[in-house]
Design a protein around this ligand. Structure first.
Ligand SMILES: Nc1ncnc2c1ncn2[C@@H]1O[C@H](COP(=O)(O)OP(=O)(O)OP(=O)(O)O)[C@@H](O)[C@H]1O
Length: 257
């Protein structure tokens, strides 16, 4: 799905990404963790073709960026970020906001095809948001808006779904509801790449984890091999204990090291 080979992104003296390689294969779902400023969002922007490396290659869905039409590749990628959420029209009814996801634009200025409406409504119902479908987006809670954004990203049936902190700012209740929807993505034929600051968001869906530290990959691979207290301590420089609840990790900071 994604093959990143030795990419470096240099901005003046700084190496924002430094010789990063990562392979994401079909059927895998990846969580990407790392401290603030470690380069996670930059890495996602490389995957979506919004940024290009100074060195190295990025291949996504069989196409190499720089040798293909990035816009064509992007049609197969869902991208969920706070920036996108801020661009959505708060006055538009929820179903309409979702329906726009089938197209590469943010608002409809013409009649919306019936099939797009039906699909949007069905996605909303699938996420228990059917009752809100005619409400303006701006009246929804933050958690509901994030679920709307997820439904919107599924309209185009992407092969790759990239999410940048989709649970940021949610309370425990709303976060768990969002995580249920994220975990249910296993029923779809797509791969997820998910950036988060919270290890407990790595729900059973996720098969692999990459730890980013200072623009480099500190560790990457199957999640139980990467989510060890030693590697997390190396990445965050905080002493921790880690417990597994089945396929979901929980973390505790250890006082006194
Ligand atoms: N266009 C740019 N020009 C110069 N520096 C940049 C640019 N974009 C990002 N950076 C820097 O690159 C580093 C990595 O940023 P990035 O946003 O990728 O980190 P992040 O791991 O996503 O951080 P956070 O967890 O805080 O969102 C930061 O130090 C940031 O200031």
């Amino acid at each position: 799905m994604i093959s990143i080979k030795n990419i470096t992104l240099q901005r003046e003296e700084n190496k924002i990404l430094d010789d990063v390689s990562l392979d994401i294969r079909e059927g895998e779902h990846w969580a990407i963790l790392g401290r603030n400023g470690s380069g996670k969002t930059t890495l996602l922007e490389m995957m979506t073709g919004y940024m290009f490396p100074s060195r190295g290659t990025v291949e996504v869905l069989g196409q190499t960026y720089g040798q293909c039409d990035v816009r064509e590749v992007r049609k197969q990628i869902g991208y969920i970020s706070q920036t996108l959420l801020e661009k959505l029209a708060l006055k538009d009814p929820v179903w309409e906001v979702v329906a726009t996801g089938a197209y590469a634009f943010l608002r409809f200025y013409q009649e919306i095809p019936t099939e797009a409406k039906e699909k949007a409504v069905s996605l909303l119902e699938g996420m228990n948001l059917g009752a809100l479908m005619n409400h303006p987006l701006g009246t929804l809670s933050q958690g509901e808006r994030k679920k709307v954004m997820l439904a919107r990203s599924l309209m185009a049936e992407p092969r790759l779904l990239i999410m940048d902190e989709p649970c940021a700012g949610l309370d425990l209740f709303e976060r768990e509801k969002m995580l249920v929807e994220i975990d249910r993505l296993r029923q779809r034929d797509l791969s997820v790449v998910y950036v988060t600051h919270h290890i407990e968001e790595i729900v059973p869906l996720f098969t692999h984890v990459a730890l980013i530290r200072d623009g480099k990959v500190a560790a990457a691979g199957p999640k139980k091999g990467v989510l060890t207290k030693e590697l997390i301590m190396h990445t965050y420089e905080v002493p921790v204990e880690l417990d597994w609840d089945g396929e979901r990790p929980w973390i505790r900071v250890c006082n006194g090291g």
